[in-house]
Design a protein around this ligand. Structure first.
Ligand code: F0G
Length: 460
């Protein structure tokens, strides 16, 4: 019999979490206008809002932090950071940034102009926004299977290679300054991309002389899925797999807040000398000198250790299995989720969970609010509130911070979701009482459809 997969660490420092009563949560939820972004984090028991920057660092990372060299230029912490990143990613130039979106902004500012097109399997929202900010168009080309929550496929994050060729033939390679692959595909459910797909996309790019970049946030989780699911990789280490994957590209953007195992940080890599120079010039303008890029020396140390730890096999085994554990335990009771479970998160399909609530009454927000009411759990809607009427799905993401919660925390989350599942028919839809003109999900105010509109806040 296979033994229980345990957390591959013991706990040296603890952070208390705070219980609230249901009555308190009812009040807190009303005060937050049913938008969990507006809750004080202290009033959340289990926070699954994001896996970004919320992980626990190891003793090795904390020790490295004390070695941080805070010199403005030529810091030895930068050498350690660059060497560690190059060891895995293999790219010639490593440019530190304060987080992923800073790397994106610099990359697209330097490589793209108005009228250009950037294909990706699925752009993450900040990636799309940064492409659009320079006047280029962000095109999502994930395979058909990746668009359907209940369809099971081992590599649902793959890019449709035929569709990529069609786009290149239609608009011409001159209008496509780069192609991106997001590993794993966050917006598509945390689903991995296969090595076969990376090779195929890379071959199309090389044939057309278009650079291939990775959005590498969750590269280690993607590498482990390849090890588990792709023939020929069973006996390779996650690091060897990651090294091979990056060898098919020309550079990457990275948020070290995910598989960098750090609370802040990121980087931009390229093999292109001229681009690197332009990128560093922009970096100096807004982020900082190229040997720190908006980070403290100690942050560089934490990332240098973190990217290596993310590839440890015992960690990845626990990481991927504990996310699947949550997904499988709720799915076996009929709870509709994006299948199969992703690497960093489980996505509830709110339209299937609450079929009596139409999309314009925000089933995802209603479900997220109910999970908070029932058990103090914070999740995030990815649906009609975030994307407006264009949303094809209403999902609720339960993102798992790295090395933070234990199996009993996850068992508790399973129990709360199943309680909510039992009373799903009583859950009411919501309507907006305030919305900002853009990125409205962060600040929107809502109220249950059964309650009269609050006149002072009604949006026109
Ligand atoms: N790319 C992907 C695939 C991401 O998931 C994120 C962040 C970014 C880029 C931007 O990185 O936050 O460091 O600037 N995702 C977080 C999330 C915010 O909750 O999924 P950043």
């Amino acid at each position: 019999m296979a033994r229980t997969i345990i957390e591959p660490f013991r706990i040296k420092s603890v952070e208390p979490i705070r219980w609230t009563t249901r009555e308190e949560r009812e009040q807190l939820l009303r005060a937050a206008h049913y938008n969990l972004f507006l809750l004080p984090a202290d009033d959340v028991l289990i926070d699954l809002l994001t896996d970004s920057g919320t992980g626990a660092m190891s003793t090795h990372q904390w020790a490295a932090i004390m070695e941080g060299d805070e010199s403005y230029a030529g810091s030895r912490s930068f050498d350690r950071f660059r060497n560690s990143v190059q060891d895995i990613f293999g790219y010639r130039h490593v440019i530190p940034t304060h987080q992923g979106r800073a790397a994106e902004r610099i990359l697209f500012s330097v490589m793209c102009k108005k009228g250009d097109i950037v294909p990706n399997n699925t752009h993450f929202d900040t990636t799309r926004a940064n492409v659009e900010f320079v006047g280029a168009e962000a095109v999502d080309l994930v395979i058909e299977e990746g668009k359907h929550p209940s369809v099971v496929h081992p590599f649902k994050g793959n890019m449709d290679v035929g569709a990529l060729e069609t786009v290149i033939n239609r608009v011409g390679r001159e209008r496509i300054p780069l192609v991106m692959l997001t590993v794993t595909n966050n917006s598509g459910g945390g689903q991995p991309v296969s090595m076969e797909n990376v090779r195929a996309v890379s071959a199309v790019c090389r044939k057309n002389r278009i650079p291939l970049y990775f959005d590498a946030c969750r590269f280690a989780e993607n590498a482990y899925f390849i090890k588990l699911r792709e023939k020929g990789y069973e006996s390779k280490t996650p690091k060897q797999i990651a090294q091979e994957m990056f060898s098919y590209g020309d550079g990457c953007t990275m948020s070290a807040k995910k598989d960098g195992m750090a609370n802040i940080g990121g980087f931009l890599c390229t093999n292109d000398e001229l681009l690197a120079q332009q990128e560093k010039n922009l970096l100096i303008l807004t982020e900082g000198y190229p040997t720190y890029g908006g980070l403290a020396g100690r942050d560089l140390e934490a990332v240098a250790v973190g990217v290596q730890e993310a590839l440890h096999e015992d960690y990845l085994r626990y990481r991927i299995h504990s996310t699947a554990y949550l997904g499988n335990h709720i799915a076996e009771h009929g709870v509709p989720i994006v299948q199969p479970p992703g690497g960093h998160a489980i996505y509830l399909d709110a339209r299937a969970f609450l079929p009596h609530i139409p999309p314009d009454q925000f089933p995802g927000v209603a479900l997220a609010a109910e999970l908070y009411l029932e058990g103090g759990i914070r999740s995030v809607e990815i649906g009609t509130l975030m994307f407006g009427a264009a949303a094809k799905m209403d999902l609720v993401r339960l993102a798992i911070p790295r090395r933070v919660y234990t199996q009993s925390h996850i068992d508790y989350v399973v129990e709360v979701i199943l309680e909510v599942w039992k009373k799903r028919e009583q859950i009411q839809g919501l309507r907006l009482s305030y919305e900002a003109p853009f990125l409205r999900h962060f600040t929107a105010r809502l109220e249950p459809v059964g309650v009269p509109i609050t006149p002072t806040l009604a949006s026109s």
